[in-house]
Design a protein around this ligand. Structure first.
Ligand code: G1P
Length: 288
């Protein structure tokens, strides 16, 4: 079957308060893991999974993201004059084709569900992916590609990780209908439940394949956990009307929305790089 998911939404309107003062003037999605901004990892993942239309839901102070995915004529000129072929390649890679990116603004920070709802007219009647740049994966096959390969064209899917202990309260959590190998049929979801009330240990991690049905719920603008319009609540309702699955993802996920996750990602991605691994490992051994 051809790829039926061609559009992806990147909610990038968040304030990034956990990374202040770094994020006072810099969007948190522009924080680098080694030398590449978080948002570029997400966009490259989408490109490699066959996405053709990229919808950014931005907010105030996020113009650096638009500039990043633009071409800088000055930089191109300078690098070609100096014959810096490698650097030229780096700045051309991972940029969607002209006209493939659309930007819309979430005018108020009313929650992730609200951010997705802001993209409704650009989505229309299509099934679409959502990628949260905070979560990045180190895996042989990218997270979204794993999902699209398992997706049968009906209903939706979320990426899932098993989370032990109280940490589960930081996530949207699956209410399990049935297990089908590495797929979990969803019967509902709860956003950030108390540990004792979590319906399972299967947490949603930042990748979704969604149907436009979700907008029927989001249109109501109903607030949920944290007094925010939650994507998880909309998903929970949609999963009762359509087939929604969780897919256990192969690979390691880094929660770059937290400082520790962000630092771990920097270390792990550096260790994985031919040009850096030897030096960084030497340094880490010295610290030990
Ligand atoms: C968001 C979602 C949550 C999901 C998580 C994955 O929460 O609301 O359901 O489990 O992303 O990273 P946030 O991390 O923005 O608090």
């Amino acid at each position: 079957m051809g790829n039926v998911v061609k559009k992806a939404v990147f909610p990038v309107g968040g304030m990034g308060t956990r990374f202040l003062p770094a994020t006072k003037a810099l969007p948190k999605e522009m924080l680098p893991i080694v030398d590449k901004p978080l948002i570029q990892y997400a966009v490259e993942e989408a490109i490699s999974a066959g996405i053709e239309e990229f919808i950014f839901v931005t907010g105030r102070g996020k113009t650096a993201i638009e500039d990043h995915f633009d071409q800088s004529a000055e930089l191109l000129n300078l690098l070609s004059k100096r014959n810096k072929q490698n650097d030229l390649k780096k700045i051309m890679e991972g940029i969607p084709k002209p006209g493939a990116i659309a930007y819309t603004r979430q005018q108020e920070p009313l929650g992730l569900g609200h951010a997705i709802w802001c993209a409704r007219n650009l989505i229309g009647q299509d099934t679409f992916a959502v990628l949260l740049a905070d979560d990045i994966f180190m895996s042989q096959k990218s997270c979204l590609k794993q999902m699209i390969d398992e997706y049968d064209g009906n209903g939706g899917m979320v990426a899932v990780e098993e989370i032990e202990g109280e940490e589960i309260s930081n996530y949207g959590v699956l209410n399990v209908d049935s297990m089908q190998g590495n797929k979990i049929k969803i019967n509902g979801l709860v956003e950030k439940p108390e540990y004792s009330k979590a319906p399972s240990k299967y947490a949603v991690v930042g990748r979704y394949i969604l149907t436009p049905k979700i907008f029927e719920y989001l249109d109501k603008q109903k607030k949920g956990a944290g007094n925010e319009i939650q994507l998880t609540d909309a998903l929970s309702w949609t999963a009762k009307n359509e087939n929604y699955f969780g897919l256990k993802i192969n690979g390691e996920r880094f929660d770059c929305g937290s400082k520790i996750g962000y630092l771990r990602a920097n270390i792990s991605f550096a260790i994985n790089r031919d040009d850096l691994s030897e030096e960084i490992l030497k340094y880490l051994r010295k610290l030990n």
